[in-house]
Design a protein around this ligand. Structure first.
Ligand code: 5GP
Ligand code: ZN
Length: 114
């Protein structure tokens, strides 16, 4: 755990969050400032700074993360599709330095993103 990391604190239960899914390695919870009718953040329990910081040893975690996304989307009733986003670094719009996959749905998404 990174002691100054917001999502590590959520994983540790030190900061409350509205959980929607959890397993041995992953946790998903509602975004505090939703950008769509459904907006969930899926994180590895283990601290990883960002997508830019992953290495081959993280391949299993990344596979679990991607495999869990459609399961969670289905659980949330996103039968008409959903958007997944990983913001990476300052230009990518990352504001929390713990790898997270956004799962957004409940409305039609636009492309290209802003
Ligand atoms: P990023 O901008 O790094 O891709 O995404 C960070 C997300 O974390 C943002 O969508 C933001 O609304 C969300 N967020 C920030 N602080 C909190 C918090 O304390 N609790 C929850 N549930 N989400 C948060
Ligand atoms: Zn963390």
């Amino acid at each position: 755990m990174a002691s100054d990391c917001l999502f590590c604190k959520i994983v540790a239960g030190e900061i409350p969050a509205k959980k929607v899914y959890e397993d041995a390695n992953l946790l998903a919870f509602h975004d505090i400032d939703p950008k769509a009718p459904t907006h969930v953040l899926l994180v590895p329990r283990r601290h990883i700074n960002s997508l830019a910081a992953i290495c081959s040893e993280d391949a299993g975690t990344m596979a679990e993360l991607l495999c869990a996304a459609p399961t969670i989307a289905a659980q949330l009733g996103l039968t008409n599709g959903f958007r997944t986003v990983i913001n990476t670094g300052p230009d990518g719009g990352q504001t929390v330095g713990h790898l997270h996959l956004h799962i957004l749905g409940g409305r039609s998404m636009h492309w290209p993103p802003g």
